[in-house]
Design a protein around this ligand. Structure first.
Ligand SMILES: Cc1cc2nc3c(=O)[nH]c(=O)nc-3n(C[C@H](O)[C@H](O)[C@H](O)COP(=O)(O)OP(=O)(O)OC[C@H]3O[C@@H](n4cnc5c(N)ncnc54)[C@H](O)[C@@H]3O)c2cc1C
Length: 612
């Protein structure tokens, strides 16, 4: 049986869900094929969404009509705005979600869409004609092993940690993409046969404890914000169908404990049993999200590390031990936990483990997520060497949008480094060789003063509307906010207080949104007041930044002719030639950010491109 769709998405994780949703938003018919649909939207590591820089990505996904913010708002059990003592540019909204509820909301949203057909199965091969994708073959997961062919001009692969996934807990090794789920073993070979180069990365997760066996009351509390702020502008307006009120479910408290010298000695004594140190795993893991083994070795002089005990759901007793990700044997993990204050009697519900998986180094995609080798084949999420739900979801939006556009014969869309954190991430992926899983940080964005969480909708929703991602309800919300911001700005410019111009007063240190309300009156939303004030307070920097972006725009966006043979460019240094040949940049901006490419190399390419 052959079925035809506009877009096929392989994988129902965070990248796949957003890709299917974005493609559906633009009117595409979508087949979402995933190993086990009851696991769509699963959170195999910490069930938290957002955080520093990642929170900005969630807001951008929301501004482009995506799923993640809506689902997080509907299922958050502890909301916290991080970095509130610092400037608005580096604040990051974060929430701890009820992980079962989160997956359920994602699933119900996907199932509600007529444009999306969810298919339970394993994609075994990618069909193509010459260098253009044609579809996939699927082994249907109903026990019959039936094969089905799906055809589409665009296919988005989002296989996460599943390609030749191998889990490690001490010396115990189990094939699988994550706890309780099988690996995808044929996809790596399929991609290699198509000529892709594959590499291997790893990541890990801590043990989960049974809440009632922790001496909860003896430990210090960690509370969420008293007045939580949602991720989505729709939630703020009461228009999130999954969150008819906010917060939607009962909020929880977390607790804090810490490791000690005795635990560190125990870990040192058992390092030979840790797969990362005894040579059992030699792929790279996330340095910024180190295992407790890593921390003890790398920060030898520290005798204690915080461990945050974070409930994962109202529906079970599972508590996530944030800070002790480990792949030591289960028996050693039990000894570690027994020595954590407050956890002396704690029962481990599930030991921590590490997982190794195949990924496709991202010099093989362009900044729209499409592979350079096979037209119409897109890769998004952990398969591109990133780590984290938000990074995966951000790529999913872009890949789903571009897959749908390709299917309709429309031109590709990318986001610039000055437009969105998603743009920064894509540009980094296509200009740098990852040596560890890629995670977003605010410091990666040179324009972070303008890429704030609060102004994500101002930056991206009009573009999203133009591209067909934004429905009328969301556009109404944006239009109301836009009108309100104009009014607030008009009042700031026209108001004088005791002879002084308000436009000057707002720039004074300490001038707060509350002061603004007092100065201009009216019934304005707190979010609009905050953005208007922030824009005024950063005005000097923002004006300079925009001027700089304009100055470099011509060179940044200038296209390098497709297929330009860098080996023919006379005078190019070997290092530059190698980098350019490997990454095949599409623009001079991308070429300028490749390691080993200098301004004089760019001049030589410019000369050559004028000739060709
Ligand atoms: C043990 C563990 C620890 C982690 N630790 C961290 C961490 O410390 N920090 C961090 O930021 N992130 C961590 N993560 C990563 C986080 O889970 C991912 O970044 C995120 O889920 C990636 O999203 P994705 O959509 O790319 O892939 P996933 O969420 O992994 O989804 C992949 C999907 O593809 C499907 N699939 C795979 N192959 C096929 C096929 N052939 N046919 C059909 N469907 C297929 C699967 O069923 C699944 O639905 C961890 C993940 C795991 C498993």
């Amino acid at each position: 049986m052959i079925d035809r769709f506009d877009v096929i998405v392989v994988g129902g994780g965070h990248a796949g869900a957003e890709a299917a949703w974005a493609a559906a938003n633009t009117g595409a018919s979508v087949a979402l094929v995933t190993l086990d649909p009851s696991k769509m939207g699963a959170m195999p590591c910490n069930p938290s969404i957002g955080g520093l820089a990642k929170g900005q990505i969630v807001r951008e996904i929301d501004a482009l009509g995506g799923l993640m913010g809506l689902a997080a708002d509907a299922t958050g059990i502890m909301f916290k705005m991080l970095n509130t003592s610092r400037g608005p540019a580096v604040r990051g909204p974060r929430c701890q979600c009820d992980k079962h509820a989160y997956a359920e909301v994602i699933q119900s949203m996907l199932y509600r869409r007529d444009e999306i057909t969810v298919i339970a199965g394993s994609v075994e091969s990618i069909l193509h004609t010459e260098a253009r994708v044609r579809g996939v073959t699927v082994r249907i997961s109903n026990g019959s092993d039936d094969m089905r062919t799906l055809e589409a001009p665009a296919v988005v692969l989002t296989t996460g940690t599943f390609m030749r996934g191998l889990m490690h807990c001490g010396e115990e090794r189990t094939a699988g993409g994550r706890h309780g789920e099988a690996a995808s073993n044929t996809m790596s070979e399929t991609l290699r046969d198509l000529g892709f180069v594959l590499s291997r990365l790893k990541t890990g997760t801590p043990p989960r404890l049974r809440r009632s066996t922790i001496d909860w009351e003896s430990l210090d509390q960690q509370l969420g914000d008293a007045a939580p702020q949602p991720f989505s502008d729709l939630t703020l307006e009461g228009l999130n169908s999954a969150a008819t009120q906010f917060p939607m479910i009962e909020q929880v408290e977390c607790r804090i404990t810490s490791t000690n010298a005795e635990i560190h000695d125990l870990i040192r004594d058992n390092l030979h049993l840790a797969p990362m140190y005894n040579g059992q795993i030699d792929s790279a893991g996330p340095r910024y999200c180190p295992s407790i083994e890593d921390k003890v070795v790398r920060f030898e002089d520290r005798h204690s590390h915080h461990v945050f005990l974070e409930p994962e759901s109202h529906r079970d007793e599972s508590v996530y031990c944030n800070g002790i990700s480990t792949s030591l044997p289960a028996a050693v993990q039990a000894e570690i936990v027994r020595r954590l204050p407050g956890c002396e009697r704690a029962e481990i519900l599930r030991p921590g483990y590490a997982v190794e998986y195949d990924m496709v180094p991202p010099h093989q995609i362009d900044a729209t997520c499409m592979t350079k080798r096979i037209a119409g084949l897109f890769l998004a999420g952990q398969i591109n060497g990133t780590s984290g739900y938000e990074e995966a979801a951000g790529q999913g939006v872009l890949a789903g949008l571009n897959a749908s556009r390709l299917a309709r014969g429309e031109s590709p869309v990318l986001l610039g480094r000055d437009e969105a954190f998603i743009g920064v991430m894509m540009d980094d992926l296509v200009t740098k060789t990852p040596v560890e899983p890629y995670r977003m940080f605010t410091s990666r964005a040179e324009h972070r003063l303008s890429l704030r969480a609060d102004n994500a909708a101002d930056r991206l929703t009009p573009l999203g509307r133009e591209l067909g991602l934004i429905d009328d309800a969301r556009w109404d919300v944006w239009t109301r906010r836009h009108k309100e911001m104009n009014e607030i700005n008009g009042l700031i410019d026209s108001t004088k207080i005791e002879g002084e111009r308000l436009s000057a007063l707002v720039k004074r240190p300490g001038f707060s949104p509350e002061d603004l309300v007092e100065s201009i009156g009216g019934q304005y939303r707190a979010a609009s007041l905050f953005t208007a004030l922030t824009e005024r307070q950063y005005e000097g920097y923002l004006v300079r930044q925009r001027a700089e972006v304009r100055r470099h725009a011509e060179m940044e966006h200038r296209r390098i002719p497709v297929g330009l043979d860098f080996s023919r460019v006379v005078g190019l240094r070997t290092e530059a030639r190698e980098a350019l040949t490997r990454f095949q940049p599409h623009t001079f901006g991308q070429a300028s950010r490749l390691e080993g490419v200098t301004p004089s190399d760019l001049s030589l390419i410019l000369l050559e491109s004028r000739r060709s």
